[in-house]
Design a protein around this ligand. Structure first.
Ligand code: PLP
Length: 504
C-alpha cells in the first residue's frame, strides 16, 4: 500500500459529502490519478497470478485454433482442470458454493441435463415437458413457503438465479407502481445487510435505494423503516436470512408495516427458502417469514442453493397473478412474430429446469428434512466451536450461516481468514463490521469436517497471535477496503479486477 492510500485510509472520520468532494477533486488531478492507477496495477498484478493459474500450464486460445482439437483432447483438458478444482469443495473446505455435491446426486442431475440439453422453453410448443417441469417447480416451492395456507393464488416464474429473481421482483414493483399509483420517482427500502442484488436492481431500474441499519441482534431496524417510508416507496425488503450474518429479519413486523402503508414486501429467501420450512418442521425457532403473513407480496427462493439443483435456477413467487403480470414482456409489433417472455432472457436452458425438477422430486420432503437436520446440527457444532475460542465471537444467533469476528484488538480477523486459507479453507470475508462467515452446507456434514474446522480455526488464531503481520494476503486488501473513505476508489478497483478476469 502506498503512503497515499495509507493516508487516505486514515480519513474515515471525514463527513461523507466532504470525502465525495475530495475524491472527485483528487481524481481530476492527473498526477494523483496516475498514482492511484499505478497502485491499482500493482495490487492487481499480484492477484493475476492466483486468478489465472493455468496461464502457463495449459494451452490457451486468444483466437480460434485453425483446426478443431479432437474431442477426446478437449475432454481431457476440461476433466483435468475440473479435477484440480474439485478436492477443495468436495472435502468441505468451502463456505457455501456447492450445497449438495455428492457424486451420485451430481451424476443424476447431469443425466437429466443431458437428456434435455437442446431444449428451450421459449419454444413452449416444441418443449411442453419443460413448461410442465417449470410449473411444478413453482408450485412445489410455493407450497413450501405458505401457499397452501392463504386464500391467495401464489404464482411465480423460474429465473437463472437469486439475482435475476430479485431484479425481476423490482422491475415488477416499479412497473406496477407507475401503472397503478402513478409513482414516477420510485423508492425501495432495504437493510444494509440485504443482498447486493437489491442495489443492482435499484441501479438498473432507476429506483432510489433507501437503506436502513440493523439492531444489536443484526436485524433490520424497524423504527428506521417506519421513518423512511414516503409516498414514493414501492416496496420494502426483509431477508430470511440475510447473506452476511445469516440472521432473519423481523418479517412479521415488516408485513404489518407493508399492509399499513399499502406497499410491497419482498422476502429474500434465496438462502433460506429451502432450509427454513424444514428447520421449522424440525422444531428450530423460525419466526414467520413466508406467504402466511398477509403483507408478504413476493419471495425469492434459490433452487440452485439448498434446493440442491445444478447452478442456474431460482424461483420468484408473487402473491397475485396481477402483480406477476408486470414482470412479463409481450409484443405484437415485431416482424419476427408474436413474442412473449416471462423473464429477462429470451432463449433459456430448459435442461436446467428439468434437472431442477429432478432434484426436487428425487429429494422429496423427507430428503430435504433429513439434509436440513444434518446441516443444522453441524452448524450448531461449528457455532459452539467458534464461541469456545476466547478471541472470537459469533455474531447474533444464526441457524446455518455463521458469522464471527475478533473480540480482541490484537487479532485481525482477515489475517485469521488468510491463515484458514493456508489450511485450505475458503471462507467469506465481510466488512462493516469486519468478520468472516461460513455458510454450512451438506459438504460440511461429512464425518470429521466440523472437527477439522474447529482445529484449524484454533490453530489459525494462535498463528495470528504469534506471528507478526506482513503486508501479503487479503488482510491488507480487506483492511483497506473497509478503511478507505473514498468508496469510488474501491469500486474502480473492483472494475479493474473484473477486467483481469476477462484477460486470456
Ligand atoms: C445468493 C443470494 C442471493 C443472490 O443469488 P445468486 O444466485 O448469487 O444470484 C440473494 N440473496 C441472498 C440472501 C443470497 O444468499
Amino acid at each position: 500500500m502506498s503512503k497515499t492510500l495509507q493516508l487516505v485510509s486514515k480519513l474515515t472520520w471525514l463527513p461523507k459529502p466532504l470525502t465525495r468532494f475530495l475524491e472527485k477533486r483528487a481524481k481530476s488531478v492527473p498526477a494523483i490519478k496516475k498514482m492511484i492507477d499505478k497502485e491499482y496495477d500493482k495490487m492487481l498484478s499480484g492477484m493475476e497470478h492466483t486468478l489465472k493459474p493455468y496461464k502457463h500450464t495449459t494451452q490457451s486460445f486468444a483466437q480460434l485454433p485453425d483446426e478443431g482439437i479432437p474431442r477426446n483432447k478437449v475432454l481431457e483438458q476440461v476433466r483435468e482442470l475440473a479435477e484440480k478444482e474439485k478436492t477443495r469443495w468436495e472435502e468441505g473446505y468451502v463456505s457455501g458454493g456447492i450445497y449438495h455435491g455428492d457424486e451420485a446426486h451430481i451424476g443424476f442431475l447431469n443425466e437429466v441435463y443431458a437428456l434435455q440439453s437442446q431444449s428451450n422453453p421459449l419454444h413452449s410448443d416444441l418443449f411442453p415437458s419443460i413448461t410442465k417441469y417449470e410449473a411444478e417447480i413453482i408450485s412445489m416451492t410455493a407450497n413450501m413457503l405458505g401457499a397452501g395456507k392463504t386464500d391467495d393464488e401464489i404464482c411465480g416464474s423460474i429465473s437463472s438465479g437469486g439475482t435475476e429473481s430479485i431484479l425481476l421482483a423490482f422491475k415488477t414493483y416499479r412497473d406496477r407502481a407507475r401503472e397503478e399509483f402513478g409513482i414516477t420517482a420510485p423508492e425501495m427500502i432495504t437493510c444494509t445487510t440485504a443482498h447486493a442484488a437489491f442495489e443492482k436492481a435499484a441501479h438498473y431500474f432507476g429506483i432510489k435505494h433507501v437503506k436502513v441499519g440493523f439492531t444489536a441482534n443484526y436485524q433490520m431496524d424497524l423504527d428506521e423503516v417506519r421513518r423512511k417510508i414516503t409516498k414514493n416507496t414501492i416496496a420494502i425488503v426483509g431477508s430470511a436470512p440475510a447473506f452476511p450474518h445469516g440472521i432473519i429479519d423481523p418479517v412479521e413486523q415488516l408485513s404489518e408495516i407493508a399492509l399499513q402503508n399499502n406497499i410491497g414486501l419482498h422476502v429474500d429467501c434465496c438462502l433460506g427458502g429451502f432450509v427454513l420450512p424444514w428447520a421449522e418442521e424440525l422444531g428450530y425457532p423460525v419466526p414467520p417469514f413466508d406467504f402466511r403473513l398477509k403483507g408478504v407480496t413476493s419471495i425469492s427462493a434459490d433452487t440452485h442453493k439448498y434446493g440442491y439443483a445444478a447452478k442456474g435456477t431460482s424461483v420468484i413467487l408473487y402473491r397475485t397473478r396481477q402483480l406477476r403480470s408486470y414482470q412479463y414482456y409481450t409484443t405484437s409489433e415485431w416482424p419476427g412474430g408474436l413474442y412473449f417472455s416471462p423473464t429477462f432472457a429470451g432463449s433459456r436452458p430448459g435442461a436446467l429446469s428439468a434437472a431442477c425438477w429432478a432434484a426436487m422430486v428425487s429429494m422429496g420432503r423427507e430428503g430435504y428434512l433429513q439434509n436440513t437436520k444434518k446441516i443444522l446440527e453441524t452448524a450448531a457444532a461449528i457455532k459452539t466451536a467458534i464461541n469456545a475460542i476466547p478471541e472470537l465471537e459469533v455474531l447474533g444467533n444464526p441457524l446455518f450461516v455463521i458469522a464471527f469476528r475478533s473480540r480482541v484488538p490484537g487479532i485481525d480477523i482477515y489475517r485469521v481468514m488468510d491463515e484458514m486459507g493456508k489450511r485450505h479453507w475458503n471462507l467469506n470475508g465481510l466488512h462493516k463490521p469486519a468478520c468472516l462467515h461460513i455458510a454450512v452446507t451438506l459438504r460440511h456434514t461429512q464425518p470429521g469436517v466440523a472437527e477439522r474446522f474447529a482445529q484449524d480455526l484454533q490453530e489459525s488464531v494462535a498463528a495470528v497471535k504469534n506471528i507478526p503481520a506482513t503486508t501479503e494476503g487479503s488482510a491488507p486488501v480487506y483492511g483497506m477496503a473497509s478503511g478507505i473513505p473514498f468508496r469510488g476508489m474501491v469500486t474502480d478497483l473492483l472494475k479493474q479486477y473484473i477486467d483481469v478476469l476477462y484477460k486470456v
